[in-house]
Design a protein around this ligand. Sequence first.
Ligand SMILES: NC(=O)c1ccc[n+]([C@@H]2O[C@H](COP(=O)([O-])OP(=O)(O)OC[C@H]3O[C@@H](n4cnc5c(N)ncnc54)[C@H](OP(=O)(O)O)[C@@H]3O)[C@@H](O)[C@H]2O)c1
Length: 212
Amino acid sequence: MKIGIVGAGNIGASAARLFVKAGHEVAIANSRGPETLTELVEELGGSAKAVSVEEATAFGDVVFVSIPFGRYKDLPAAAFAGKIVIDSNNYYPERDGRFAEHDDGRTTSSEMLAQHLNGARVVKGFNTIWFEHLRTQGDTSLPVPERRAIFIAGDDEEAKNVVADLIESIGFAAVDTGGLAYGGASQQPGTAIYNRDITAREAEAIVGSEGY
Ligand SMILES: NC(=O)c1ccc[n+]([C@@H]2O[C@H](COP(=O)([O-])OP(=O)(O)OC[C@H]3O[C@@H](n4cnc5c(N)ncnc54)[C@H](OP(=O)(O)O)[C@@H]3O)[C@@H](O)[C@H]2O)c1
């Protein structure tokens, strides 16, 4: 699969390494330009290239976005039309500034991103896993229910299936928390599943319980 990655920090670079290892092609971008990513793409090898944000977006069958949430409006919305987008961004007010519509419970960070990327098929995912765990805990030799859970949420079932397959290809198991509103809210910082180091089997039991 062709994967565009926007954001080349702890999560974006860790995901890039896993995607390349699993046989995917990667085009990765940050805010400062491809020339600042030479070392990373050299390490990643021939199936990865450093590009602009617009180029990464155009390249990807799936576009993995991993930037500080407060910068989401920088993303060039038109380039994302129709794309399956993985939203790993988390909202931390002390880093990102305050967003009143989020703070008063009217919406969630992923719904705000989806609204900005008008027409993109946004799947929230990779939000609750620390990048060191992402880097080290994938294991394709394990049966899927015994793998570390990566939670997803979204309103487009087909897009969620594509993302779930991608997650399995790197040795994790996708656990669906529901739509972007309730499911998305359940993956935000401070929730019961945030940063929980659990298997898919354990995670399914939590997600299946009322009001988790
Ligand atoms: N760290 C974790 O364990 C973890 C786990 C789950 C989710 N998250 C969330 O995932 C997101 C990324 O976290 P991180 O730890 O990887 O952050 P990070 O190490 O600070 O990296 C952020 C990346 O985003 C890029 N970026 C910032 N603004 C951009 C823009 N407008 N356009 C394109 N690229 C932009 C930065 O590029 P430049 O350096 O060129 O500015 C950098 O490559 C955050 O929302 C975070 O809360 C983090």
